[in-house]
Design a protein around this ligand. Structure first.
Ligand SMILES: [Mg+2]
Length: 167
């Protein structure tokens, strides 16, 4: 067994298209009944936990800025998502949300790495030993900006397929 580092490695998962089926273009996951886990996600996250990674979710939710859903509704979706994962033995350390629109010029909306930097300051994560997994180029761009390894989920490559090489 390797000695745990003072600065843990983490896996950062995008949400829509990685953990749950994404909404059709221009639509948003507005409530729990819209949320559908993708196959293999519970097992993938459980394996990442067992491999010693802190697991975070980092998600752009522009629908909040567009008033398509409230911040509270998104927090409630994440509470239920985390409860389901925890029950399956696949806990998530924290969920980071960017609620801003494109025009808000914030530092957290991907492809900017603000949510990753926040995880570093709050949890002492070593980003250069960490992994970012997303379905979009903007997820990967955020990861590259902080020196993390990046992997892309696609129509033929699930989260479970991807993590099998390291967890
Ligand atoms: Mg996505």
């Amino acid at each position: 067994m390797t000695r745990p580092s003072r600065f843990p490695a983490a896996v950062f998962l995008d949400r829509d298209g990685v953990i749950n089926r994404k909404a059709p273009e221009g639509e948003y996951i507005c409530c729990w009944s819209d949320f559908e886990f993708l196959p293999g996600v519970f097992e993938a996250i459980a394996r990442l936990n067992r491999a010693g990674y802190l697991v975070f979710v980092f998600t752009n939710q522009r629908g909040i800025a567009l008033r398509r859903m409230t911040n509270e509704a998104v927090v409630e979706i994440h509470r239920r998502m985390r409860a389901a994962l925890e029950k399956a033995g696949a806990p998530i350390e924290a969920v980071f949300i960017c609620p801003h629109g494109i025009e808000d010029q914030c530092e957290c909306r991907k492809p900017k790495p603000g949510m990753l930097l926040e995880a570093r300051s709050r949890y002492g994560v070593d980003l250069t030993r960490s992994i970012v997994i997303g379905d979009r180029e903007s997820d990967l761009e955020a990861g590259r900006a902080v020196g993390a390894a990046v992997y892309q989920v696609g129509p033929r490559t699930s989260l479970l397929d991807l993590i099998s090489s390291f967890a």
